[in-house]
Design a protein around this ligand. Structure first.
Ligand code: FES
Length: 112
């Protein structure tokens, strides 16, 4: 289910912004008017990717320099080898919406 985050006017093209939905920390990026959502932390050593340099659709990790394509999460350079998780994102009525799965229940209901 898509969840509203913040107005697109708060995220001009070429910028990134973070939010948390369903306990998942996200980085939302505006690339030429299209919005993309990925996990906030680098897949290499969990550094905050939003502190990194964004050029077009490529984000560079500020710690060890791995690069990722934010449009699909794929790794473009080492030392990271695991792609970023990505989440469907769209703009609706001027608001950025992101589809993040609901957390799974930790315990199954019992019939006891
Ligand atoms: S923590 Fe991002 S490349 Fe190492």
């Amino acid at each position: 289910m898509f969840t509203p985050t913040f107005p697109i006017e708060d995220l001009p093209s070429g910028n990134k912004k973070c939010t948390t939905i369903n306990g998942i920390e996200l980085m939302i990026v505006n690339v030429n008017g299209n919005v993309y959502a990925t996990q906030k932390s680098c897949s290499h050593a969990q550094t905050d990717l939003s502190e990194g340099n964004l050029e077009g659709c490529i984000i560079e990790c500020p710690l060890h320099g791995a690069m990722f394509d934010v449009t699909d999460g794929r790794v473009l350079s080492l030392p990271a080898i695991t792609p970023l998780k990505t989440y469907p994102a769209k703009i609706e009525n001027g608001v950025i919406m992101v589809d993040v799965p609901e957390p799974e229940s930790a315990t199954e209901p019992t019939n006891a």
